[in-house]
Structure formats: structure tokens, C-alpha cells
Ligand binder design. Structure first.
Ligand SMILES: Nc1ncnc2c1ncn2[C@@H]1O[C@H](COP(=O)(O)OP(=O)(O)OP(=O)(O)O)[C@@H](O)[C@H]1O
Length: 377
């Protein structure tokens, strides 16, 4: 196991070093006989949900941990919040190993799991806040001023005398956010906090989170499938797929690498197209008379702006329209690129570096992850 860096900066934020979690579960054998047999002789299977995951979030930073369903995001967060103990690797959160010192860790962190509440179902929200105040020993005046701040940002007083079970989803998650921060933790974990909310409430929550990072200096690790959220909140993202970190870098860099799924719709000033003059990394997607759609080709296509310049230099163009895919498409491209690179790797029995250094090899080693990270920096 590699020792964690001990610089104050790193230990104050979040550090994951080679985190791995393997679940052992029992599965039912098929058929009636199989089910009976499973009762006396359960069939055990292992599932490695997270494999050698390493990243860090500096104090006062917000990092979005992204990945498709089942990628291992929640499992990673559960290890960092002390809910799960890793099978191997290590984590440190505000200088504390979360699964070893759960109580100390709980004082340093706030956590919101969008799908669950930590509030008491039968208590009015404000009473839940009072219970939390007593649990964490928050002084009365600090509690009052924090509640006033959260009410200003999240408009809680409209419903804080309502029992939690009667709240709408948006009201419940706003209450959960306040509850998670009432003891003023420096570190905040948010697992899909705005799932299922309407756009107005989502925007309110995002403004609240920005305030917590920019004005309060909190360190935030966020998982979400909402790319608007990522674009609004995160400067840096870690992309995880099949339990492994495949990209770690500034959002802009990832956009540049995987956002090249642009299209240039050109109406040419001449019939037909001289294919020999096609710029490298550019292909013809469609052609209908003088109307031609250009798109990226190969592993290192030019950016839309470079391609535009090249197309205009090489062809006489009467009319132009551009189409650049949004962040959702960028992320889809990043996931797919990794999936196909992985399939290629396993077909070659684990050989070779992945295309463009964008993905880890199927040996899953730290070196593969490191090269992926370097790839986007
Ligand atoms: N307690 C458990 N026992 C067995 N397998 C588990 C357990 N928890 C998670 N897994 C498996 O680990 C993998 C990663 O799950 P995880 O919930 O971390 O994914 P996720 O990235 O958060 O997905 P989503 O975006 O759908 O929430 C999945 O294949 C899941 O089925």
C-alpha cells in the first residue's frame, strides 16, 4: 500500500489512493432445484465495484465524479464517508481515515444522498435541525445564524414546520442540504443531489453550492448525471468507468478532447467535392448535391474551429452552419471511447496503450490510470 502524501494541503481535502472495493454476494442458481441447492450451498460471486481509484480534491475545490450507471461512484463516496471499508487502498478526508475514525470523520463531513434522507420522517424539518444541533453540540447562536443563512439561500422557512414525510422532493433535498451543513463541516459529499428536481429548484441548489465553495471555502465532491450541473459547478472532473478512473482533468480539457463530435454543414459553391482535398481528421458525413456535412474522423480530429478554417481554405463555400455537441454528448463520447478501447485491449489480451492515452488498459494498473490522467492534463 502506498503511503498517503502528508502535506497539510492534501490532508485537509480529500485523498483517495488506490481505493478498491470488492463485494461478495451470493446468487441463486437457476431453476427450482438450483434455488433449493442455493439455500444450503450458496453460490458466491465477487464483484469489484471500484478498482485502484486515485484522485484528490484540494481544499476549497469542487470536483465532479462522473460516470455511467454502475461505474462505482456511490461506492467510492461510501468509502470516503466511512460507510464502507475499502478492500484495499486508502482514503483520507480532512486528515482523517474515514472508515477507521468514523465519529471524527462525521464531524468533518456533510453528506447528501439525493435518493435518501437523513432527516427524521415524522419530525418537522426545523425539529430535525434542532436534534442535529444537539448531536453535534453546535452553539445556539451559531445554529441560529447558519439557519438564517441557509433560509436566505434555500427558502426553507416556507416549509420548515412541515413534517419531512409531507415534503416535496425539492423541499426535502434543500432541507437535507441544510441539515448536512449545520455543523459547518469543511468537506461535503453530494451523491446526485438534484436528481428529479425541477429546473428552478436545481438552479437554487447550484447557487447554494457555489456559495458554499466560493464564499465558505468548503471542499465538495459531487456526483451527478446532469451535465448542466457539471458545466455550472465543476472546473475539474474525474471520470470513472467500470470502477476505474479513466480521466482526471479540467472540464475544458475533456471538452476539447471528446467534444470533437461537431458537424459543419456547408453549401459548396461548386458541384461535387474533391475528396483528395479533405483535411486530415475530417470526413464527409453526408452529401446531397452541393450540401455537404463534414464531421470528425479518426482518433485525433481537429477542433471544430480548426476544421472550419481548413474546410474554408480548401473548398469554395457559399453558406455555413455549425453544430457542436453539448456536454452530454462529450461525456457520452468519453465513456464510449473508453469502452471501445477496453474491448480492444481485451481482444488483444491486455496489450497496448489505449487510443490517444484516453483510457486505462484492461490490466487496470495504476500506471494506466496515471497515463490517462496525464493524457488530459
Ligand atoms: N452492496 C453491494 N453488493 C454487491 N454489489 C454492489 C453493492 N453496491 C454496489 N454494487 C455494485 O457495484 C457496482 C457499482 O455500483 P455504484 O452504486 O457504486 O455505481 P454508481 O456509479 O454510483 O451508479 P449510479 O450512477 O447508477 O448510481 C454496480 O455494479 C453495483 O451493482
Amino acid at each position: 500500500m502506498t503511503a498517503l502524501p502528508s502535506s497539510p494541503r492534501a490532508t485537509e481535502g480529500i485523498v483517495a489512493q488506490g481505493l478498491t472495493k470488492t463485494f461478495r454476494t451470493s446468487v441463486r442458481r437457476p431453476g427450482f432445484g438450483g434455488a433449493l441447492r442455493s439455500l444450503v450451498d450458496p453460490l458466491r460471486v465477487e464483484k469489484t465495484a471500484v478498482q485502484k481509484v486515485s484522485f484528490s480534491v484540494g481544499p476549497g475545490q469542487l470536483l465532479a465524479l462522473l460516470g455511467p450507471n454502475g461505474a462505482g461512484k456511490s461506492t467510492t463516496i461510501k468509502m470516503l464517508t466511512g460507510i464502507l471499508t475499502p478492500t484495499s487502498g486508502e482514503a483520507r478526508v480532512a486528515g482523517v481515515v474515514p472508515y477507521r475514525e468514523r465519529e471524527r470523520n462525521a464531524r468533518n463531513i456533510g453528506a447528501v444522498f439525493g435518493q435518501r434522507t437523513q432527516l427524521w420522517w415524522d419530525l418537522p424539518v426545523r425539529e430535525s435541525f434542532t436534534v442535529l444541533r444537539d448531536i453535534y453540540g453546535v452553539p445556539e447562536d451559531a445554529h441560529r445564524s447558519r439557519l438564517a443563512e441557509f433560509d436566505r439561500l434555500l427558502e426553507l422557512s416556507e416549509f420548515w414546520d412541515t413534517r419531512v414525510r409531507h415534503l416535496s422532493l425539492g423541499q426535502r433535498v434543500r432541507s437535507d442540504l441544510a441539515a448536512a451543513l449545520l455543523h459547518d463541516p469543511p468537506i461535503v459529499f453530494l451523491d446526485e443531489p438534484t436528481i428529479g428536481m425541477d429546473v428552478v429548484v436545481k438552479e437554487q441548489v447550484r447557487t447554494f453550492l457555489r456559495h458554499q465553495v466560493e464564499q465558505r471555502g468548503r471542499t465538495v465532491l459531487l456526483t451527478t448525471h446532469d451535465m448542466t450541473e457539471v458545466a455550472r459547478l465543476a472546473e475539474r472532473v474525474v471520470l470513472i468507468n467500470h470502477g476505474r478512473v479513466v480521466l482526471d482533468g479540467p472540464l475544458e480539457e475533456i471538452r476539447r478532447r471528446f467534444g470533437s463530435t461537431w458537424q459543419i454543414h456547408a453549401t459548396l459553391d461548386h458541384p461535387g467535392l474533391d475528396a483528395a482535398r479533405l483535411p486530415p481528421g475530417v470526413r464527409v458525413v453526408r452529401q446531397d448535391g452541393p450540401r455537404t456535412v463534414f464531421g470528425p474522423d479518426g482518433s485525433a480530429p481537429p477542433t471544430m474551429h480548426q476544421a472550419l478554417r481548413l474546410v474554408v481554405e480548401r473548398y469554395r463555400v457559399a453558406d455555413l452552419a455549425l453544430e457542436e455537441n453539448d456536454l452530454e454528448d462529450v461525456m457520452r463520447a468519453a465513456y464510449l471511447r473508453h469502452d471501445s478501447a477496453e474491448a480492444g485491449d481485451s481482444a488483444e489480451a491486455g496489450g497496448g496503450a489505449a487510443e490517444g492515452g484516453a483510457a486505462g488498459g484492461s490490466d487496470g494498473g495504476g500506471a494506466a490510470q496515471a497515463s490517462a490522467r496525464q493524457g488530459v492534463r
